[in-house]
Design a protein. Sequence first.
Length: 114
Amino acid sequence: MHELGTIYYVIDTVEKLMVENDLKEVGSITLEVGEVSGIIPMYLQEFWEYARQKTEHFQNTELKIEELKAVTYCQDCAQTYPTIPQGKTCPYCGSGNTFLVTGNEYNIKEIEAC
């Protein structure tokens, strides 16, 4: 489960930003997680509860997760469609000449300073 490693990456990244910006406390951290990123939001939340208790700065910090839907673009008919139900084949023209537009992201979207 790589979610624990990603949580520690978020903690390390935010701690560096806290030092750079002279912050003492963070109220919340918002993550964007793509639907096909391979990261399971439920596990992120569980590992956050575990990891934050072992830190100095995040005892009271809330983790917010925004799931981003996977969207694919067809280069042949210029249509976009939801990736999960359709996969790589365009439901409009049947082409496989497609690519993922969104849904593979994993970003720190927002850090709320206290």
